[in-house]
Write a protein of this length. Structure first.
Length: 428
């Protein structure tokens, strides 16, 4: 009798184990994926650059696969094999080496049985090599995709800043000035010391103009040590706090036309959001008043999140993060506005060490470094304002100053390469 009970118990346990194993295998079903990626290196070989090796890494939630290739050709197709759940995403990193140089690019593959991974292309442009990894290339983006949108919920390419905390510590030991000098806008100030811009269609406040005036007041305080100018700075900072809406957006109270796109009353600008963030960080850095830090925290949200159908940032189909001064449906990419706005992310990171701020800053930097050709006026000392024009802009001198500031602050040689490209300066 006892032996019979033991036998029944053993059969019962084995049955439970079998059922459990069967459930596990069906609930976490994996399939063997064989995907190809097209590699185009012909522009390098035609310019006498011979790559030594290529490493492609596939990063899964609990595993990373590294593939190294040493026998490279101008055009080749690489086959990648991996086990994958039926649905999911894979982070992809590609590193290309030649001599003492390397280029790194990142993207995300969204598993799709009908598509191969995509295209990895090395481009050669004015003494510089750029590397782009375009995955799922049939995807496209529309403005409506970015309504009620948070960039931190999505993957985007980043440029990794080296020794970033050391740079942040050094920056905090300075007066923490904005990246370019500004003057007090005396001719525009109303009785409350806030600038009012006189447009052809009326007189209006402009958040960017207010930020620039705040920077001017702060610069004058540093120059003279006159506390009155510091008070003026805080007056402008307080106005910006009161002007923002409940989401931290500084909305323009007038219509604006930029390159045939009509921006309706209530539109927003990443340049205004980023510069206001910089003002709040400077005010907190000097006063230690928490109201400025609290305002900065709210405004920072607008540097990664679009509310409703108002938008000023997006991630394109090649996984680049863009900040738009003028959020047009054709994504015009105004360079000076993007670089000015991104500086607020640096200020915010320095005072908070918020890793999301660093991630966004590095994402914005990557989209400039990998796409700077869109602003270059080839063969001339000049750069264009945005993608709507291929002629030299009056903002060219500002672009040069901005690129130099980013180069010097972050120690990124690529900004020097862009600067030399824009000025048509060739390396020996």
């Amino acid at each position: 009798m006892k032996r019979s009970l033991n036998l029944v118990l053993i059969v019962f346990i084995l049955t439970i184990l079998f059922i459990g194993c069967d459930d596990k295998s069906t609930s976490a079903e994996h399939v063997k994926e064989v995907k190809t990626i097209n590699i185009q290196l012909d522009e390098l070989y035609s310019n006498n650059i011979e790559p030594d090796s290529l490493i492609i890494s596939l990063e899964f939630p609990n595993n990373t696969i590294n593939n190294t290739y040493r026998e490279l050709e101008s055009n080749m197709i690489i086959e990648l094999t991996f086990w994958m759940q039926l649905e999911g995403e894979i982070n992809i990193q590609a590193k290309l080496y030649w001599g003492d140089f390397e280029k790194v690019t990142y993207s995300k593959y969204r598993v799709n049985e009908d598509l191969n991974i995509g295209l990895l292309k090395a481009k050669y442009y004015h003494q510089n090599v750029t590397l782009k990894l375009d995955t799922n290339p049939l995807e496209s983006v529309e403005v409506s995709d970015f309504y009620n949108y948070d960039a931190l919920d999505h993957f985007f390419k980043e440029y990794q800043i080296e020794n970033v905390d050391l740079k942040a510590d050094q920056y905090l030991n300075t007066p923490m000035k904005f990246m370019m000098n500004h003057s007090i806008l005396t001719d525009l100030l109303n009785e409350d010391l806030i600038p009012v811009v006189h447009y052809s269609f009326g007189d209006y406040f402009n958040p960017i103009t207010t930020c620039n005036n705040a920077f001017g007041c702060y610069n004058e305080y540093l120059r003279t040590n006159d506390e009155e100018y510091l008070d003026w700075f805080y007056i402008n900072a307080d106005w910006l706090i009161n002007y923002k809406d409940e989401n931290g957006l500084l909305r323009y109270q007038f219509d604006w036309i930029h390159e045939n796109a009509n921006l309706q009353n209530g539109w927003t600008s990443a340049m205004a959001q980023g510069q206001t963030l910089a003002v709040m960080c400077m005010a907190y850095h000097n006063s230690a008043d928490n109201k400025y830090l609290q305002a900065a925290e709210v405004i920072f949200t607008t540097m990664h999140k679009n509310f409703g159908d108002s938008w000023n940032l997006f991630i394109d189909s090649e996984d680049y993060l863009w900040y738009e001064e003028y959020p047009n449906s054709d994504f015009c990419h105004v360079l000076n506005g993007k670089l000015f706005g991104m500086w607020g992310l640096w200020d915010y990171y320095c005072i908070t060490r918020d890793n999301d701020a660093l991630k966004l800053l590095q994402g914005g930097i990557a989209s400039v470094i990998d796409n700077y050709q869109i602003w270059d006026v080839d063969g001339q000392d000049g750069s264009s304002y945005c993608t709507h024009s291929d002629t030299i802009s009056d903002y060219h001198w500002i672009h040069k100053r901005q690129l130099a500031e980013y180069r010097d602050m972050f120690g990124i040689n690529d900004f020097d390469i862009i600067l030399k490209t824009f000025t048509n300066e060739r390396s020996n």
